[in-house]
Design a protein. Structure first.
Length: 88
């Protein structure tokens, strides 16, 4: 099972960032998790227009425990997509 996390930052200021944790998961496959990360990135403009999605992480759950995740850790570089920069 995979949980989706998306790192978002204020447009033009990468020092003001937040990690969004998906409320709909966890997902059976990593591909489903990645697709959900893209959905979050696309919906972000409607809810938080001053933010842009920068990166995502699909974290594998360990036997029923939820992951506490610090979005600033170096492991966050799992998914970073240039198209998010231009879309949001």
């Amino acid at each position: 099972m995979f949980e989706t996390f998306v790192l978002i930052c204020v447009i033009g200021n990468s020092n003001v960032c937040h990690t969004l944790s998906d409320l709909e998961g966890p997902y059976e496959t990593k591909q489903e998790c990645i697709e959900r990360a893209y959905e979050i990135g696309e919906e972000l403009q409607s809810y938080m227009p001053n933010f842009q999605a920068l990166k995502y992480k699909c974290s594998e759950e360990i036997k029923g425990t939820r992951t506490n995740y610090d979005g600033r850790s170096k492991g966050y570089n799992e998914g970073s997509h240039n198209k998010w920069w231009s879309q949001t």
